[in-house]
Design a protein. Structure first.
Length: 278
């Protein structure tokens, strides 16, 4: 049996640009904690100084999370109040902390969130794309071939897709998205949210790709890319039309030829037309 836990692990979201987004409760928790586990202690020092918070910090990043977790869980079990922060936004969202939270919970330690900024959710809230259901994918693979292969797995995804991207890859990433999802797919590019140069561009993937390629300013900063899901209704309509044409053609032609022509006429995928044969 685990000993009853006395300490508490607070998961504290911090600003993604605008420092005044640090909530009063987040300030209080950071001030009252015995220790702040921070992704980068020097980075967090700026934020803490801004609010006159003098709590001690300890580094917890992807390279030492494994070894620091045991020590932190021990201190939590001894009664420490520990706050976890990342450089910006919500810890664990494309940021460290998962191991610590899992270990703390397994040890019976209370883990409590102090919610606040998250770039993906902030972007979604202002994008004007379907927001009832969405898929958060974080960062895509850095190399183009792997990125395209990964994007391909979402080609029939009907939910809004959300990706994080860096300034040096945004141009290539938009280009690959247009290739995989089609130039006409709607998308939104949210850049530098809550900061001075915040811009939220929307249009087709071809539009966004052209705008980002043409303007170096649009390649600076931090990005969230949102891609509208595949239009389930129009895909279903294409498929219905494709099957109708396929049925007519296959009376006269071999199935492979009939499927090829029906796919060309309707825009439905050839494989899906073959499925009608089964
Ligand atoms: N944990 C963070 C969160 O809750 O959003 C995300 C951390 S992840 C390491 C950093 C990525 O988040 C950036 O590369 C960018 O894709 C996105 N991001 C962070 N701040 C942003 C901002 N102000 N505007 C747009 N994207 C941002």
């Amino acid at each position: 049996m685990n000993a009853p836990a006395k300490g508490k692990l607070w998961i504290v979201a911090t600003p993604i640009g605008n420092l005044t987004d640090l909530s009063p409760r987040a300030q209080q928790v950071l001030r009252d904690a015995d220790l702040i586990a921070a992704e980068d202690t020097r980075h967090s020092a700026t934020l803490l100084a801004q609010f006159g918070i003098a709590t001690r910090t300890l580094a917890l990043h992807e390279h030492n999370e494994r070894e620091k977790t045991d020590e932190l869980v021990r201190r939590l079990r001894e009664g420490a109040q520990i706050a976890l922060v990342c450089d910006a936004g919500t810890p664990l969202v494309s940021d460290p902390g998962f191991r610590l939270v899992r270990a703390a919970r397994a040890a019976g330690v209370v883990v409590s969130p102090v919610p606040g900024p998250c770039a993906a959710i902030a972007a979604l809230s202002a994008a004007g794309l379907a927001s009832d259901r969405f898929v958060f994918e974080g960062f895509l693979p850095a190399k183009s071939a792997a990125r395209r292969a990964h994007l391909q797995t979402f080609s029939n995804e009907t939910r809004t897709l959300i990706f994080y991207e860096s300034s040096h890859r945004i141009e290539e990433c938009l280009h690959d998205c247009a290739r995989v999802f089609g130039a006409d797919r709607r998308a939104v590019l949210a850049r530098e949210l809550t900061k001075i140069y915040e811009t939220i561009l929307d249009g087709t993937l071809a539009d966004l790709s052209a705008r980002v390629s043409a303007d170096a300013d649009q390649r600076r900063g931090e990005f969230v890319l949102l891609v509208a899901g595949a239009d389930a209704e129009s895909d279903a309509a294409k498929l219905a039309e494709g099957r109708r044409v396929f049925e007519i053609l296959r009376r006269e032609l071999p199935p492979s030829r009939a499927a090829k022509i029906a796919a060309e006429i309707s825009g439905a995928p050839r494989k899906a037309l073959y499925a009608a044969l089964e």
